[in-house]
Design a protein around this ligand. Structure first.
Ligand SMILES: Nc1ncnc2c1ncn2[C@@H]1O[C@H](COP(=O)(O)OP(=O)(O)OP(=O)(O)O)[C@@H](O)[C@H]1O
Ligand SMILES: [Mg+2]
Length: 420
């Protein structure tokens, strides 16, 4: 009885034949969008699988992971850049004794029962498409036309074929050949992972300390924004999981902005690079200390403490009372009672990822309003004066109301994290 593993509900056999090409050391694959399950189906039922998706969504790693788990040799062929049919099929070579035949990668894998991944299949030359179509029919086989005996090579029962390509609108890719496309009974549309899944992926690769850091959380959020922009045609690029992992790895040794430039932004043209770095400075932690900070959910108003740093997790309308860097105005706010604050000062919207330090606290029963330096035990804390330390409001001061009894803006307490 063959050894098997289960991917979701799908049971696939573990191969017992040795191969030099069995991957090892691949990280666990987080199955977002059921990619693994669909590939497993292709493996079990011997169906070629096409994975279409943006660069870095995990197409290659999903196949690699399953090859390792099932103990199958995995051969990769990139079809971009004029890969010729004889690289796949094989060729006659010449030595002192005459000519001799050498199998190509595809022929070799078909004989031995290894898996083949064809990357960038949409860029394949017509002669390569011809070869692929001939082997992809149910009873498909390969004729080694150039070989003296015109040998016919049949597919070993363990042979599996996978192909990957970027989505059709991707710059520089050709539309895929229709008759080849129709020979893939399974076509996976691999999407970017959700932020929660992406943090899980980071955790698997780099550990919890990194995945729970401010830099990870913000990079994932920022990457997500670039993906949305690209999708609606506002940008030509998107930060992918590979870029995030590379930035995080580099940030061990460099400041976060430098790591981001090295791992991603420097690949863009000068204009995009400059614009992206300017936006990144507003969205990502700028120092190593901030990058490695972790967040703790604030559950009660009384946890909000002078001198500590906080981050907001959502957009909220009218959550800030006033916004100023003018010492005189801020000084006046400190003298106000809460009624005056709520009633008389303009309201500003809060923006996700705003970061601030609490500089004073307002108490329900205080006669003078704020206590700038110390916290007294006068009733519940109702509001805090905050100074922004990161983001678009950096350097400005505002007031947040956070007592549950004080209407809509009090919701801020549900979206606030202490960072340390
Ligand atoms: N779901 C996932 N689980 C674990 N790691 C992942 C996952 N998705 C992506 N990664 C990691 O992200 C990186 C990029 O993934 P991968 O190379 O598989 O992308 P790809 O879709 O093949 O991209 P390309 O089109 O550029 O070849 C790898 O380091 C991979 O380990
Ligand atoms: Mg790949």
């Amino acid at each position: 009885m063959a050894n098997t593993i289960k991917i979701g509900k799908i049971e696939v056999e573990v191969n017992s034949t040795p191969s030099n090409y069995i991957p090892n050391g691949s990280k666990d694959f987080i199955d977002h969008g059921e990619i693994l399950k669909t590939i497993a189906l292709g493996i079990r039922d011997n169906l070629p699988v096409l994975l279409i998706g943006e660069s870095g969504v995990g197409k290659s790693s999903a196949v690699r992971y399953l090859a390792e788990k099932t103990n199958n040799g995995l051969r990769r062929i990139n079809l971009n850049g004029g890969t010729t049919a004889d690289e796949l099929v094989g060729r006659q070579l010449l030595n002192d004794h005459g000519t001799y035949w050498v199998d190509g990668v595809l022929t070799d894998a078909m004989r031995k029962g290894e898996w083949v991944v064809l990357d960038e299949i949409n860029a394949a030359l017509p002669e390569v498409l011809f070869v692929l179509q001939s082997i992809m029919d149910d009873d498909g086989y390969l004729v080694l036309n150039e070989k003296d005996d015109r040998e016919i090579v049949k597919k070993h029962p363990n042979f599996r074929l996978f192909a990957t390509c970027n989505p059709p609108e991707y710059a520089g890719t050709k539309e895929m050949n229709k008759s080849l496309l129709s020979r893939f009974p399974l076509c996976i549309n691999a999407e970017f992972p959700t932020p929660a899944k992406e943090l899980e992926i980071i955790k698997h690769h780099l550990g919890a300390a990194v995945s729970e850091s401010e830099l990870s959380i913000k990079l994932v959020g920022f990457a997500n924004e670039t993906r949305k922009s690209k999708e609606i045609g506002n940008a030509d690029y998107a930060i992918n999981t590979r870029d995030i992992l590379n930035t995080l790895r580099l940030s061990n040794d460099t400041e976060p902005m430098e790591a981001f430039a090295l791992a991603f932004a420097n690949k863009l043209d000068v204009t995009d690079n400059k614009a992206l770095m300017a936006t990144a400075r507003l969205h990502l932690p700028t120092t190593k200390k901030k990058a490695m900070a972790t967040r703790k959910e604030v559950k009660q108003t009384n946890e909000i403490t002078i001198g500590k740093n906080y981050i907001l997790n959502g957009d909220m309308q009218g959550a800030y009372i006033g916004m100023s860097s003018d010492k005189k105005i801020i000084g006046e706010w400190k003298q106000l009672g809460l009624g005056d604050i709520i009633g008389n000062i303009s309201k500003e919207n809060a923006v996700k990822n705003d970061e601030f330090k609490v500089t004073a606290t307002f108490y329900e029963n205080a006669t003078t309003g704020a206590s700038e330096k110390e916290e007294t035990a006068l009733g519940d804390k109702v509001a805090s004066m905050v100074e922004f330390t990161e983001g678009g409001n950096k350097g400005q001061t505002s007031i947040i109301i956070h007592h549950p009894a004080v209407g809509e803006s009090a919701k801020i307490i549900n979206n606030l994290y202490e960072i340390s």
